[in-house]
Structures are given as structure tokens and as C-alpha cells.
Design a protein around this ligand. Structure first.
Ligand SMILES: [Mg+2]
Length: 302
């Protein structure tokens, strides 16, 4: 008797992103394993639509729901898959693909990503959560959220232009954020250049601050960059690019299950690279092993 096929849904945002996804449906038709899968493709029509489509996929008993896009698209789909039996699949087509890169799913290579869906395994991963919304890759505030706000993602291609956008931001616009933050039992209050909590190790653009961040260890890796004199700018950017945050006197590292940011004024945050303005306190926590994700079969460390 023939085994029952798994139902897989691909969710494609036809407009967003730098990279053309026009031929993705054709690649799916060509490379998906028909022995294993019955597939459906749905296109999103507005921001946030992917969350609703994924919710319907769960209700209709889909086994896998695939986000085609970057961290922002994965973020939208993941919201509806937490705690369900529907696994998240990824075809990475963003400008920054932090989550997928951490999981060694090849970016902008539909054939390679479909191979992962055909031959991969399903694992349970942690997600970050903030005020009822989950984030998949990282969240925080400071220089990166200012850059995300000022420059649209499609205007920034690659690590070099991102680094340049950060230097411009620092030289011409950026004011450090004064904030009070609780990181588990530690409270710090100061001027921050950067505060980022990592679930995935990747910032995107194939760049990681920490080499060993795990998505199954039940903690967020936090980097803090305190106010520094501007003449140190290139030294600091250089250290970050070499993944040597430990050499920066003004940086601190934490591992945390719970973070509370006291926001008494307007603050710009970023969640998975999308900027959000918030006036109130924000709580961030790790939700361990809450989502199933299809990853390469030979992936060991994640
Ligand atoms: Mg972790």
C-alpha cells in the first residue's frame, strides 16, 4: 500500500525583497519530491498575510509550511506554527538570511533548499518572544534598529554596504539610547550603542557576532555595546567583523532567559531586522523547543 503523502505549503511574498522569486514556483514543481509530498503554493497580498495563511495551513493539517524569503517572512510564518505539529520549512530569499544561514540552508538557491526539504530532518528549536510576538533570529535596539529604520532593506546589499550604512549612521545621526535593562537578575542602566539578543547566531549577511550561539540551549545570547568615543569607531567595527567582540572594552556579553527593557520614552527596536517604535516597557524571553523546523539531515550543531 502506498504511504500517505505529506502536505506541504509554500508561502511566497511576490513583491518584497531584493531577489527575484519569480522562478521559485517552477523550481518547486521541478525539484519537490512527489513521492513524499503533495504541495500547494500560496502568494501573500499584504504585510502580515503570511501569518494568516500559515494559521490556515495548521488548521488544514499541513505537515510542513515553507516560508520563501528572509527573516521577516520566516518571522510571519513562524508566529502561527509555534506549539503545533506543522513544521517550518525555509527557502531563503532575503537580503539577510540569519536564521537559514545558522541552519546551513543555502540562500537564494531554491534547488538546494528544496533538497533540504526532501531529505532533511525535523528538529525542535527555541524562539525568542517579546510582548506576544515571536522572533526567530534576533531582537534589540540601538544602532542596528536605527539603520533598519533609515535604510530600507532593499537599499542595503551585502555586509560591506551594511557596514557602510552603520558608519554613516554613527557619524551623522545616531544618538546612544539611555535605557535601564534587566537581564535575568542583573540590572544595568546606561547609554547603549547596541543591545541585541540572539536566538540564531547570525546577524544576516553571513555575519555572526558569536560563533557558538545555539537555538536549542534555552538561552538568548546578548551583546551590549556601551557608549564609546568616536575615534574608536573603525577599531570596533573591525573587531566586530573579525568576530572578536571580546577585544572591545566597551562590550559585554550575557546569556539570558528573560530580559526587561524599561522604555520611558520613544525607542526604536528591531525584531528580525524590522524596526518597530515602542513607547513602553518591553519584555523578551526565550521559549525553549517550541517550533519544529526542517533542517539538513547532517546538521549537528544548531
Ligand atoms: Mg540560544
Amino acid at each position: 500500500m502506498e504511504a500517505k503523502k505529506k502536505k506541504i505549503m509554500f508561502i511566497i511574498n511576490p513583491i518584497s525583497g531584493v531577489y527575484k522569486k519569480k522562478n521559485v514556483p517552477e523550481k518547486i514543481a521541478r525539484y519537490i519530491d512527489y513521492v513524499q509530498y503533495d504541495y500547494t503554493i500560496r502568494f501573500t497580498q499584504y504585510a502580515g498575510h503570511a501569518t494568516l495563511i500559515a494559521q490556515q495551513a495548521v488548521a488544514e493539517g499541513y505537515d510542513v509550511c515553507v516560508a520563501v524569503g528572509g527573516d521577516g517572512s520566516i518571522n510571519e510564518v513562524a508566529q502561527s506554527l509555534v506549539g503545533t505539529n506543522t513544521a517550518l520549512g525555509i527557502i531563503p530569499y532575503g537580503s539577510g538570511n540569519g536564521f537559514a544561514t545558522h541552519l546551513k540552508i543555502p540562500p537564494r538557491d531554491a534547488e538546494g533548499a528544496l533538497r533540504v526539504l526532501n531529505t532533511g530532518k525535523s528538529v525542535k528549536l527555541d524562539l525568542g518572544k517579546s510582548n506576544l510576538r515571536y522572533f526567530v533570529s534576533n531582537a534589540g535596539f540601538g544602532i542596528d534598529s536605527s539603520v533598519a529604520r533609515r535604510f530600507h532593506h532593499h537599499a542595503i546589499r551585502g555586509l560591506a554596504s551594511y557596514a557602510w550604512a552603520i558608519v554613516k549612521e554613527l557619524l551623522f545621526y545616531f544618538q546612544p539610547f539611555h535605557a535601564k535593562v534587566e537581564i535575568d537578575d542583573v540590572t544595568i542602566e546606561r547609554d547603549f550603542f547596541l543591545f541585541t539578543a540572539f536566538n540564531a547566531n547570525q546577524y544576516g549577511y553571513d555575519y555572526a557576532v558569536y560563533p557558538f550561539t545555539s537555538m536549542k540551549d534555552g538561552v538568548l545570547d546578548v551583546i551590549v555595546l556601551n557608549r564609546f568615543p568616536l575615534w574608536k569607531l573603525f577599531w570596533i567595527v573591525g573587531c566586530l567583523m573579525m568576530k572578536r567582540a571580546d577585544l572591545i572594552k566597551e562590550s559585554e556579553s550575557y546569556r539570558a532567559k528573560r530580559i526587561k527593557i524599561y522604555g520611558n520614552k520613544k525607542m526604536v527596536y528591531q525584531f528580525d531586522g524590522d524596526s518597530v517604535i515602542h513607547h513602553d516597557d518591553i519584555e523578551i524571553e526565550i521559549v525553549p523547543s517550541c517550533i519544529q523546523v526542517i533542517v539538513p539531515n547532517n546538521l549537528i550543531a544548531y
